[in-house]
Write a protein that binds this ligand. Structure first.
Ligand code: NAP
Length: 243
């Protein structure tokens, strides 16, 4: 590995992922811009380089084994290892997600991306992360995956709209993360979940109230934790998110 720290951000061509890449780049990280669409990926890499970031494009569809394996090989070739992996890529699924009329294909697709995609990418990148003296994994989760907040939102809309695919996918992701935390205990790899808040992006038709840059703050903080920092936590800007 080189002396310069390196990071891979999935879904980094736009939205919160782009700003995570920009923020880590501004901190001096060499950043792999994971994105599935070639034109959007190259445009993001160019914008980041114009802003002074040492960025390189990583073709990456988190739902595709071959794509993820090729991405790991490319990252190894470019930077030799990884100090931080930010699993940011995610989808919301269809607009209507009432459980009583749910489309099982939508649930499958959302889980494939938001949960299985994170497992696939994490496992492919773990050998590279293990080469770092201070490896960090950040899963971009959501407060709508908090069971405590879902219970508290019965009768009101405080945990977002009823969404049988999206919200439970983030709960599932958090539960999966804790299994990683248990297995990786003692390795020095810190694994945490971040809620970016309600951010104006394509994911929600730009109805969010925060900027992507604001949404990137907690993921960046968790990707750059000092040794001895927390692991197995679920954080937002204001502090800890209840499970
Ligand atoms: P966004 O602008 O729609 O960005 C999502 C990113 O994920 C895009 O780069 C998208 O790529 C990528 N992606 C989706 N499926 C992919 C796949 N199969 N392989 C690789 N990349 C894929 O939305 P965002 O709001 O920035 O979302 C980023 C993360 O924040 C998501 O995990 C989301 O659940 C989470 N989050 C967002 C909010 C919010 O209010 N916006 C709140 C809580 C959590 P394409 O451009 O190719 O589609």
């Amino acid at each position: 590995m080189t002396e310069t720290k390196s990071a891979l951000v999935t879904g980094a061509n736009k939205g919160i992922g782009y700003e995570i890449a920009a923020g880590l780049g501004a901190l001096g990280y060499t950043v792999g811009v994971g994105a599935r669409g070639e034109a959007r990926r190259e445009e993001a890499v160019t914008r980041l380089r114009d802003a002074g970031v040492d960025a390189f494009g990583v073709p990456l569809d988190v739902t595709d084994d071959g794509s993820v394996a090729a991405a790991a090989a490319l990252v190894e070739e470019r930077v030799g290892g990884l100090d931080a992996l930010v699993n940011n890529a995610g989808i919301s699924g269809s607009r209507e997600q009432l459980p009583t009329t749910s489309d099982l294909d939508v649930i499958r697709t959302v889980v494939e991306t938001n949960v299985l995609g994170v497992i696939r990418v994490t496992n492919a990148m773990l050998p590279l992360l293990r080469r770092s003296p201070s490896p960090r994994i950040v899963n971009v989760s959501s407060g709508v995956g908090s069971l405590t907040r879902q219970v508290g939102s019965v009768g009101n809309d405080s945990a977002g709209p009823v969404a049988v695919a999206y919200s439970p996918s983030k709960t599932f992701l958090n539960a999966v993360m804790l299994q990683y935390v248990r297995e990786l205990d003692g390795t020095g790899i810190l694994v945490n979940a971040a809620c970016p808040g309600y951010v104006a992006t394509d994911l929600n038709g730009f109805r969010g109230v925060r900027t992507p840059q604001q949404g990137a703050a907690t993921p960046i903080r968790l990707a750059t934790l000092p040794d001895g920092g927390p692991t197995g936590g679920f954080f937002e800007d204001a502090g800890v998110v209840p499970w």
